[in-house]
Design a protein around this ligand. Structure first.
Ligand code: PMP
Length: 356
């Protein structure tokens, strides 16, 4: 084999790829490493994916994804020109970075936060500055004053799971009217306050959400941005320069069905939140240090054992969680909230692993 890296452009040589959590093939694993939903998608999604819709794959999809855009606009009480859809929120975020964050001042985001943000910055040559979280891992909006740059953070934050209230986001928006403030709400449906209600008040606010977590559709790759018509128009320009079809036809059909079954969604979120409460109580009883989570995962540090040792011991018992070792904060486990039975198996395994 010859080394074809000599054929790569310099820009590709400089890229540091993002490494997603592993997706092992074995069926018997308890998979608590990538914050997927333990519940299947709504039955309405099964019903919507008919043979006729599959046959329609012969044609290109609607270049405006109009049914989906209209459905999301109705759902969030916005107008269709305030909605942008794409292939997972990762893609929507990539377009937003390109559209908004090459500014006079560096982009600000928290240290610790979603590890894809520096990857997009490197891809598009965007200067950035990481703002340390406070000692207790809280995110304080006064640390984010950036009159003509950009600001992004997840709310709840990842991987801490901690959320900030809407009043803080409002303060941030007032202080930064000439910067795009992007709130990444991948996990917002598990108990945090969404900033969508502020969109008509602040034309510099962009909210990005996904169907991957709370709507059990990670495999569909469907994310969306909500914001002022001007910001959405910019995203459309970027998207069109890559690919003139925002999402594929089956993704559109499935996502419309999912948003039209709100009862199923509400019920699944309620159950995830109840299972999180069970998990938190049990982990605390086992002596874990936990951050207060409003997401579908918890960020936890075992006592008396290293997080790496617990991670390895869980793996031997076919339970996969995510191991983090970060410079400023040390090593932690991020544990997704799975089905109640998964979490009971996790707690039983941790009791077994605990030093006696
Ligand atoms: N934002 C955050 C904070 C995330 O943790 C994730 C999931 N890894 C995403 C965005 C991307 O989600 P998706 O591309 O599946 O919509």
């Amino acid at each position: 084999m010859t080394d074809t890296r000599r054929l790569w452009s310099e820009a590709v040589n400089r890229l540091e790829p993002y490494v997603p959590g592993e997706q092992p093939k074995a069926q018997k694993l308890i998979k608590l490493n990538t914050n997927e939903n333990a519940f299947p998608p709504s039955p309405a999604v099964h019903r919507a994916l008919t043979a006729a819709e599959v046959d329609r794959l012969r044609l290109y999809p609607d270049p405006n994804s109009q049914k989906l855009v209209n459905t999301l606009a109705d759902y969030y009480c916005l107008t269709p020109d305030q909605v942008f859809v794409g292939n997972g929120s990762d893609e929507v975020l990539a377009h937003a970075f390109y559209a908004f964050f090459q500014q006079a001042q560096p982009l600000l985001f928290p240290d610790v936060s979603y590890s894809f943000y520096p990857v997009y910055c490197n891809l598009y040559d965007i200067r950035f500055q990481k703002v340390p979280l406070r000692e207790d891992f809280s995110l304080v909006v006064d640390d984010y004053l950036q009159p003509n740059g950009g600001i992004i953070f997840p709310n709840p934050n990842a991987p801490t799971g901690m959320a900030i209230p809407l009043a803080d986001i409002r303060r941030l928006l007032i202080a930064n009217r000439d910067s795009v403030v992007l709130i990444d709400e991948a996990y917002v449906d598990f108990g945090a306050e969404s900033a969508v209600s502020l969109i008509n008040e602040f034309d510099n606010l962009l909210v990005v959400q996904t169907t991957s977590k709370s709507r059990s559709l990670a495999g569909l790759r469907l994310g969306y941005a909500l914001g002022s018509a001007g910001l959405i128009e910019a995203l459309g320009r970027v998207k069109n320069s890559f690919n003139s079809y925002p999402v594929d036809h089956l993704a559109e059909v499935a996502a419309v069905a999912a948003f039209n079954d709100d009862d199923y969604f509400q019920n699944a979120c309620t159950q995830v939140i109840a299972t999180r409460a069970y998990t938190v109580a049990e982990l605390k009883a086992l002596g874990f240090d936990l951050l207060p989570s409003q997401a579908n995962f918890v960020f936890a540090k075992p006592q008396g054992q290293s997080a790496k040792a617990v991670f390895d011991a869980l793996r031997e018992r076919s339970i996969i969680v995510r191991y983090f070792d970060k410079p400023r904060i040390g090593d932690y486990l991020r544990i997704s909230i799975g089905a109640q039975s998964d979490m009971e198996a996790l707690i039983a395994a941790l009791k077994d692993i605990a030093p006696h």
